[in-house]
Ligand binder design. Structure first.
Ligand SMILES: [Ca+2]
Length: 296
């Protein structure tokens, strides 16, 4: 335990729990005193007879200051207006709390939690490197929802690593669905807002080096989820490594993205079901108002 004294105490000692004797203490160069405590133990301190004092908690501001630094590193111009005012207020309050010499740990923790929460609400403007599909809802009639390695949600979870590092492998055809090699399967993603879309990236599953990636498919975008514009198609894809497949196209307004598989990977589950599996689907574009200059 390290502590300081508010006033000029003539001398301070601690009572040794071994000998029962007073042991004189000296401050370190910063003016702090230190005593060693075992877990759950306390310690008796002794000061000059004519002085009384009380120990007080000193809040640990490490994580609050870390959250403030992270918040201040954001460029507000990169974010949509929604939530920015609340974020700005939470940041100002966090800085005020961090600068308050009498702040308690609870106040510091609350200020940090409020700041992290406000930051989590912010939404990036579409632009270079901003994956618009990240954490967006995926619709798929055929999906293996076993929840550990495969789920439709893992198609847009931002995770695409080997199963040795993480259990989220991606989306998979349900091996118990019994579909044949050319039975079509559709996957769609709702981006929640319309954008001027210009690129879709498909990332094969890492764990089998892309061997279960579909052979034939097409990519479409739509403004309303009903009328679709085809932006790319592929035939005869056969991967031996999990390389990203980039499909860039002339900008098209859209809120929904659909992948239609018309021929599966060629891998067959032991159930006899034809398999397709994809690690991640990413979507890129710009804001509809065109105010962002974007280089892809
Ligand atoms: Ca994923």
């Amino acid at each position: 335990m390290r502590f300081s004294l508010d006033n000029d105490v003539p001398s301070i000692s601690y009572i040794s729990d071994v000998t029962g004797e007073c042991v004189a203490m000296s401050p370190d160069p910063d003016g702090f005193y230190s005593v060693s405590l075992k877990a759950g133990d306390g310690i008796l301190l002794k000061a000059a007879d004519n002085y009384s004092f009380a120990l007080k908690d000193e809040a640990n501001l490490f994580y609050l200051n870390k959250a403030i630094a992270a918040a201040e590193s954001l460029d507000p111009a990169m974010y949509k207006p929604c939530g920015k005012e609340e974020f700005s207020e939470a940041l100002a309050e966090a800085k005020r709390v961090a600068a308050d010499g009498a702040v308690t740990q609870v106040q510091a923790d609350n200020a940090r939690a409020a700041l992290v929460k406000a930051q989590g609400v912010l939404k990036r403007l579409a632009g270079d490197g901003v994956n618009l599909a990240l954490h967006k809802a995926v619709s798929a009639v055929n999906s293996y929802e076993e929840g550990t390695f495969f789920s439709r949600a893992y198609l847009t979870d931002g995770i695409n690593v080997s199963v040795y590092q993480c259990t989220h492998a991606g989306w998979s055809v349900d091996p118990f669905s019994g579909i044949g090699p050319e039975d079509p399967v559709e996957l769609s993603v709702d981006l929640e807002e319309p954008y001027l879309l210009n690129k879709i990236v498909l990332k094969p599953c890492i764990f089998n080096s892309g061997a279960s990636f579909p052979r034939d498919f097409k990519l479409c975008v739509s403004k309303d989820g009903e009328t679709w514009t085809e932006t790319a198609s592929a035939e005869g894809v056969k991967l031996t490594e999990a390389i990203d497949l980039n499909y860039a196209f002339e900008p098209v307004e859209g809120r929904y993205v659909k992948l239609t598989i018309t021929r599966h990977s060629g891998q067959t589950d032991k159930t006899g079901t034809s398999l397709s599996q994809i690690g991640e689907l990413e979507v890129y574009g710009t804001e509809l108002n065109g105010s962002e200059s974007v280089v892809l």
